[in-house]
Structures are given as C-alpha cells and as structure tokens.
Write a protein that binds this ligand. Sequence first.
Ligand code: SF4
Ligand code: SF4
Length: 266
Amino acid sequence: MSAQGSDTGVHRAKGSAANEATSKASPARRAVLGVAVAGMAGALLAPGVHLVEVAHAAAPSAGADARKRWGLLVDATKCADGCTACVDACQRENGLPSTATPTSAQWIRKLELQQISTGRKASAPVMCQHCAQPPCVDVCPTGASFKRADGIVLVDRHSCIGCRYCMMACPYKARSFVHEPVVDQRPEVPRGKGCVESCTLCVHRIDRGVFMTACAEACADAGHRAIVFGDLNDAGSEIAQRVREAGTVALRADLRLDPGVRYQGL
Ligand code: SF4
Ligand code: SF4
C-alpha cells in the first residue's frame, strides 16, 4: 500500500503516482474488499479482531482540534441567481473535473428553490452538512466514514470499499461515488476510482493553518459573501454570532443530525 502518514493523519497518500497506484486497488484494499464481501459489517479478520476496529485505528484524526467545530453559514439572501463561483472553486481546489457528466463526483451543488405558497425564489449551495450525528458514519461497515474531533466528516479512501451504504444513508445526497479513473489529482486531495467522497470543508487547508474554504473565498471574491466559514464553538466568531442571532436553520432539522452547515434566509 502506497499510503504514508501525513501530519494530519487524514490524507495518507501524497503524489499522483501513489494515488494512481491505490486507485487501482492496492493489495491491502483488495484484501479488505474480499473480507467485506465475504462478511460485511463486523467482519472478523482474526479471532477478536474486527474490520471496523482496524479501520478506526488506521484513520485517526490527529491534528484535529477538539475545541473547534468547523462549519459554514449560507445566506440565501446573498446567493446570486445563476452564480456558480462556489461550485467552480470547489472543483478547482479539489481536482474534480470541470466538465461534469451525469456520473461525475459533485461535492457542492447549487439548488434553485421556490416557496409554493408565496412563489418566493431563492438559491443556495448544498454540500456535506458535516452532521454531529452522521448517519453515513453509523452505517459504514469498514470505518472509512469518520468524524474528526473538530466536527469534519470525511471518508478514508484507503478503507472505503465503495459499498455506497453511506450514500444511501445521507439524507442530503451529499456524497458521490467515483466512477471514472481519476486524473490530475491534487497532491493534497487524494481521490480514487471506486471510492465515495464528499465535501471535506477544505480540511487540507485547515490542517496547514488556512482557515477559509475555497467556496467561501470564491463567493467573497465574486462580491456576494453568501458563505461564511468559521468555528461554531467560538462565541466571538462571525458564524457563531450569526447562528446565535440571525435565526438560521438546519436543513431537515427534523432529523436531529445537528449539521455544521446552517442556512439563513430560506
Ligand atoms: Fe454524512 Fe450526509 Fe451528514 Fe455529510 S451530510 S455528515 S455525508 S450524513
Ligand atoms: Fe463506508 Fe461509504 Fe465507503 Fe461503504 S462506500 S465503505 S459506507 S465510506
């Protein structure tokens, strides 16, 4: 396996060669696949050793600050109709293909909304909501889906077997399966054919001390400032103040997943 430890403990393969090698299914991943197909959830690797326990041990969130909870606030009143600056920036930042096909991975999408009773229209981007109680993590049989101490929900692609349980469990349709061979990967954002992936809140930036996501940055650069990124646990941060004072909502709040992405003006 071409994985190597990073200082974050999250992205464990660096460089396109390493990524390409693992995207063709490394021996370790093939072994995991074989075990999982044979037994799925709770598979026994050896007496007393379960697959999900091995995956959890191998996917620590070292480097994540447990005092923080990173999140986004989307202000639909500022989200411009027809603007795709956030979507375009996400694709560039994470090495996703800019020419979308019906099966391409999509980490963030713009939704056009209309209130039936009043006819009022709004648009807003939707991405992984980084739930505090993430159902994608609950259903993952290998532990590949995990939540870091700072609230960011990720997929460790080295232990993801592509079963797509998490995609079915996510009520926001926030995850994508990578169908096509991955080309032009960014070294900081390892991807792989046959794995599931979703918005990482630009975790690679956070882990090098850049506390700004590509989508929020692009939205501000486009003059809209409809996306605010920050620490929900920091009472003095803009995002925490607005969540406290502006009457923000969580999508599908009825599910009580406590998402880290909040919306204003919907
Ligand atoms: Fe998981 Fe979906 Fe919640 Fe993201 S939005 S944490 S993928 S359930
Ligand atoms: Fe886990 Fe989803 Fe990968 Fe299945 S597809 S192993 S549920 S992350």
